[in-house]
Each structure stands twice: as structure tokens, then as C-alpha cells.
Ligand binder design. Structure first.
Ligand code: ARG
Length: 616
């Protein structure tokens, strides 16, 4: 039966290679372990390779003779496997096996297999439902009420949105959770200050546009005025015991902050559901009881703590603080229990900077010790990321201001993108990927194809894309230097380069004059056929798309997807240099490959949160 979903070619290639290897090993009564496969993207005759044969050889090596299966070395063993391979086997997806200098077995897929899968994409679109659907809680963004949302939260927001989209594409059930810092002792001083500054806040709407300033002022009083400090501490108790006036003030503060966050989320196209720290407050007492019952709660210097042997060099978790209050640790214990035991999530992902890794390691280990978290049935990970620094590697600031407000940062990205677009009005800037070819010559010069009304919208899309992509393409653990120039570069692994590549695919299709109904007809009748070696390289890369996503969600490494996107764009650009499309007798089938590439790139854009432009 024809499958309407994408296939994992890696699984197929791995399984078929295993069959061949086991066939060769039959006379020795030996079975190979599963074949570990890695994609290769640059070679005409190789789609994947595997080091597994090396392992088989070494495991069967005679200590004295250093031989295995009567063969002198790994290469001889690979050749033996290759000999036993029957390329005529109709059920096998492999056309050819080979061996590299290091003794890796190389695998080349049958052309037909690749063409069939490209036709599958063209006919049925891109669907890749996972075999095991899971309920996954992704804890991301999570800024703090009344405080500025900073670049760290920006990273968490961008990474979180993207990993959610990828999980959702794999058909998992995803809970996108904003674990807002909306509870805790700081509300004592905020509410006290609110009462002082706006005595009538219960009856009149207040104008509090600069919440950060408000926070700073109240913090100053808290630090300098003992009377104020005392009142603030009492107010925390009032808030926690549900005093209506305090509650109202708290709600007002949360509401103002939320409005600010929502603006940023809207601009970045982020979807989140608020489950702030306050949500877990009434769940903490039961958790304390659980920990007590499990014998895990230990008194230490007046506080109730949880110690984990493995982390004995770190401070413990403070479940009940010295003053009887609950803090970050208490909330996260209640939170992890809720996600695992009430929501029944199979997988938890926490996205914050790497500085919080020890906290989450501790929380996860404690949840495992008490039995809420049972790996590998449940999976819990901290997806940490590095710090964003200024271009000079020092503290980060924008052109216009000392401290970095997120809104200013996004505005500046848009302004700079606009400058880029405007450079092209005069035809000054060189168009990316502007290798001279028939399409380019037609274009003459590098004038933007956007109309004036479209500039701003395009600049906003380009600016947001540049920021997001530059962030996602980093190895997330490392720190990186924020550079508008680098992220808006038209060359190299940037969103701008990819947007140009995408617009170019669209432009080739437009210029071909092939209408979409006609395209459908060609797909149904003749289908795609490889007509040039470079097309094989592109097609082989396209069908690796679902495997890339599996790797991304396995390792929580979104940069594998961005690398894939860049690789794809580069291979397509090479194609433009090597063969003609609209002036070729293979025009129709070549347009099909362009269309399949467009679809895959469009999906990748969506997964990393980029809105494509059909023209630039
Ligand atoms: N609000 C915290 C911060 O700004 C991040 C919260 C992360 N999530 C959690 N469950 N603790 O650092």
C-alpha cells in the first residue's frame, strides 16, 4: 500500500543494511547489532554511512591473529558484505554499498526509492506522525511579573516556540507552559508600594505604564526604609492568606505585566498558556507531606530540605524556608508532581539559561527518588542555553539605549532589515545567491520586487526571522554575541539568505508559467524523475527531512534543523549553477523538484518560527 506519510529513510536504510549484513554473517552463526546510520549529503554515490561493521568486526576478532571471520581487516569484511549483497533484490531499497577509507560501509539508495518519496511529498504533503504519541510539557519563556523581560527570556521564548512546533509536527500532544514568576516575597513590597502610591487603586483605574520603574522604586524603599520593609513582609502573609485587597493589587500588577509580555509574544508569533508559580501555591502542602512520608525531608539550619546524594556538593532543595515560607524550589517540586501525576505527561522539557541547570537537575532527581518520575517511561530534561552578549563579547546593549528593552531590540532589528530592503530599491546591494544564470539575467540588477506598501511588513518579518534564526542556529549551550550585522547578512547561514533562497524558488515557479492545476496534473501523471546528478543530491537531502526532526527532538538540538535548511539552500544554489530549469527540456520535472524543495523549506520556516516572503 502506498503510504501517505513521510518515511524515515534512515530506518529503512538501516533495516535493509542489517538484512544484508546478517546474510553475510549467516555462515558464522553471528548476528549484527542494529545498524547505526548517519546521513551524508555531499556525495553522488552515497546517501548514508555506518560505523557498525567496525563494531561487529572488533567483537569477533581473534586475539592472536587479529582476524575476524578469517578476514584480515575491516575493509576486507566490508567487501565480503558487499559481495553478498544482491542489487537485484526488488524489496531492498539499496542500490549500492561501498567502503570508506576508515572502514565505514556506505549506502546508496535506489533512485526509484528517492523519486517515489519525492512524489509522495508532492502528492500528499508533509506529514510525519510519530509512532508513539506522547504528552509533552514544555516550560518556556516564563518571565517575572513587574520585571523586565530580558534577552534570556527572549532565548527561552524563541527556542521553546520552535521545539513545541517540532513536537506538534510529530503529532505529539504539547502543553506550552508559561511558568510566570507571579508569586513570592517581592509582591509584599510591590503591593505595599502600590497602596502608598495609588491609595485609591481599588476604585480607580491606575496608570502604571512603567512597571520596571515602579519595581525599582519599591525595591529602593524596601532596602532603605525599615518601616516599609516590615509592612512589606506582613503584606506577603496577607496576600498568601487571601486578603481581598492584596489579591486585587496583585491581580492589577500581573495584568499590567501580562499586557507587556503579550505584545512581545504577538510580534514573535508565540503561543503560550499561563500557569504561573501562583498556580502551584495551594499544591505545596501536599507535596511537603509526600516528601515527609517518603522520609526525604531533612531539617537543616531551621529549614526543611531535600538532599540528593549525587549532588551532595550543591546546596539542597529548600522546601520550607527558615521563615516558614515557600520559594522557587517548593514551587517546582509541586509543579513537577502536577505535570507527572495529574497531567500525566510522558516528557517534560524546561527551557532556561544553563545557570539554572543545577536547580532542575536537583528537582528532577528528587522527583525520581520519590517515584513520580520513572525513566525511561517518563523523560524530564533541562534544555539549557548560553548567555547573549554584546558584539564585543561584553554586556549586551542596543544602539539607542543602555539597557536592552526587548521591544527596542525587536524594533531595531526591523529598522535594520528595512535599511537592507531600501538599499535594494536603488539596486545597490547584491542579491544573495545572485549567481549569474538565466533567471538572474532576466532580473537585471538587484531591485527589490516589493512595492512600497510591502516594505514595512517585509522588514518586520525579516527582522524577527533574523533574530530567531540566529539564536536557533547556535549550539544552544554556548554563549553567543548578538550582532545585527551578522544576523542580517545576506550571505552565509542566516535567515536573510534563506528568505532569499525561498523567494527565488517561488520566483522560478512563477516564471515557469506552470499554474498550480497543471502542476497537480504533472504530479499525478508523469511525476518527478531525476534528470541531473545535482538533482539527486538535492532529492536525497529532501527525503532526510523527517530524520533530521527525529534527531532534533531526541537531542533537543534545533541547530541540526537550521544546519539542514542551510545545507538545502546551498545545494539548490549549486543546482542553479549546474543546470537550467525554465530553459531546459526537463523543465517540468525540474519544476517539480523546485516545488518539493519549496514545500520542505516552507515547513522548516514554520518550525523555526519564520514567516516566508514570496518576493523580496
Ligand atoms: N521565572 C524564571 C526566571 O525568570 C524561569 C522559570 C522556569 N521554569 C520553572 N519551572 N522554574 O528565571
Amino acid at each position: 500500500m502506498e503510504s501517505k506519510v513521510l518515511k524515515s529513510m534512515m530506518k529503512i536504510a538501516s533495516q535493509h543494511t542489517l538484512n544484508v549484513v546478517n546474510n553475510a554473517l549467516k555462515p558464522y552463526n553471528v548476528q549484527s547489532p542494529p545498524i547505526k546510520i548517519q546521513p551524508v549529503s555531499n556525495l553522488v554515490d552515497v546517501d548514508y554511512n555506518t560505523p557498525t561493521l567496525l563494531q561487529v568486526f572488533n567483537q569477533n576478532k581473534d586475539k592472536k591473529t587479529k582476524q575476524a571471520f578469517g578476514l584480515a581487516d575491516i575493509k576486507a569484511f566490508c567487501h565480503k558484505v558487499i559481495e553478498s549483497f544482491n542489487p537485484e533484490d526488488k524489496d531492498c531499497a539499496i542500490e549500492k554499498l561501498g567502503v570508506t577509507d576508515q572502514g565505514f560501509l556506505t549506502i546508496k539508495l535506489k533512485q526509484q526509492v528517492i523519486e517515489d518519496e519525492i512524489n509522495n511529498i508532492l502528492k500528499n504533503g508533509l506529514n510525519y506522525p510519530t509512532e508513539k504519541k506522547q504528552k509533552i510539557a514544555v516550560d518556556f519563556s516564563s518571565p517575572n511579573i513587574a520585571k523586565e523581560m530580558h534577552v534570556g527570556h527572549l532565548r527561552s521564548t524563541i527556542i521553546g516556540e520552535s521545539i513545541c512546533r517540532i513536537f506538534e509536527f510529530q503529532n505529539h500532544e504539547v502543553l506550552r507552559i508559561n511558568h510566570l514568576g507571579d508569586w513570592g516575597t517581592q509582591f509584599g513590597m510591590l503591593i505595599t508600594y502600590m497602596k502608598r502610591k495609588y491609595p485609591n487603586f481599588l476604585n480607580e483605574p491606575i496608570d502604571l505604564s512603567d512597571l520596571t520603574m515602579f519595581y525599582k522604586e519599591s525595591k529602593k524603599l524596601f532596602d532603605e526604609d525599615p518601616e516599609f520593609k516590615k509592612t512589606a513582609q506582613l503584606t506577603v502573609v496577607d496576600l498568601q492568606s487571601g486578603d481581598p485587597e492584596c489579591r486585587k493589587a496583585w491581580e492589577i500588577l500581573c495584568e499590567i505585566s501580562r499586557r507587556e509580555f503579550t505584545e512581545i509574544y504577538k510580534r514573535l508569533d508565540i503561543t503560550l498558556e499561563d500557569f504561573g508559580e501562583s498556580f502551584y501555591n495551594d499544591k505545596i502542602p501536599a507535596v511537603i507531606q509526600d516528601l515527609k512520608d517518603a522520609g526525604m525531608l531533612v531539617e537543616s539550619d531551621g529549614a526543611q530540605c531535600v538532599f540528593i546524594e549525587k549532588y551532595k556538593n550543591q546546596p539542597p532543595l529548600f522546601i520550607v524556608k527558615k521563615d516558614g515560607g515557600y520559594g522557587y524550589d517548593s514551587t517546582d517540586m509541586a509543579c513537577i508532581k502536577y505535570r507527572l501525576k495529574t497531567l500525566n505527561c510522558n516528557r517534560l522539557v524546561y527551557i532556561t539559561d544553563v545557570g539554572q541547570q543545577p536547580h532542575f537537575d536537583y528537582i528532577i532527581a528528587a522527583a525520581e527518588k520519590i517515584g513520580w518520575h520513572v525513566p525511561p517511561t517518563t523523560r524530564a530534561e533541562h534544555m539549557g542555553f548560553g548567555i547573549v552578549q554584546g558584539e564585543d563579547g561584553k554586556r549586551f546593549r542596543t544602539r539607542s539605549s543602555e539597557t536592552v528593552k526587548l521591544k527596542d531590540l525587536l524594533d531595531e532589528a526591523r529598522e535594520r532589515a528595512l535599511e537592507k530592503i531600501k538599499e535594494r530599491i536603488s539596486g545597490g546591494a547584491k542579491e544573495e545567491g545572485a549567481e549569474e544564470d538565466e533567471e538572474e539575467k532576466e532580473n537585471k540588477g538587484n531591485y527589490t520586487k516589493l512595492s512600497e506598501e510591502e516594505y514595512l511588513d517585509a522588514a518586520e518579518k525579516m527582522g524577527m526571522a533574523a533574530i530567531k534564526y540566529y539564536d536557533l542556529r547556535q549550539n544552544r549551550i554556548s554563549n553567543y554575541n548578538f550582532s545585527y550585522d551578522k544576523m542580517l547578512d545576506t550571505k552565509g547561514n542566516t535567515a536573510v539568505y534563506l528568505l532569499y533562497s525561498y523567494a527565488r524558488l517561488c520566483s522560478i515557479i512563477r516564471k515557469s508559467g506552470v499554474q498550480s492545476e497543471e502542476l497537480c496534473k504533472i504530479i499525478q501523471t508523469q511525476g518527478f524523475k531525476i534528470s541531473h546528478p545535482q538533482e539527486r543530491i538535492i532529492a536525497s537531502l529532501l527525503i532526510k527531512f523527517p530524520d533530521v526532526l527525529d534527531q532534533v527532538t531526541e537531542d533537543l538540538a534545533i541547530n541540526r534543523l537550521t544546519d539542514y535548511m542551510y545545507d538545502l539552500a546551498c545545494k539548490v544554489a549549486e543546482g542553479y549553477r549546474k543546470y537550467h530549469i525554465n530553459n531546459s527540456e526537463d523543465k517540468l520535472t525540474r519544476i517539480l523538484l523546485i516545488e518539493a524543495t519549496r514545500q520542505v523549506l516552507e515547513k522548516c520556516f514554520y518550525l523555526v518560527g519564520i514567516k516566508p516572503l514570496e518576493k523580496i
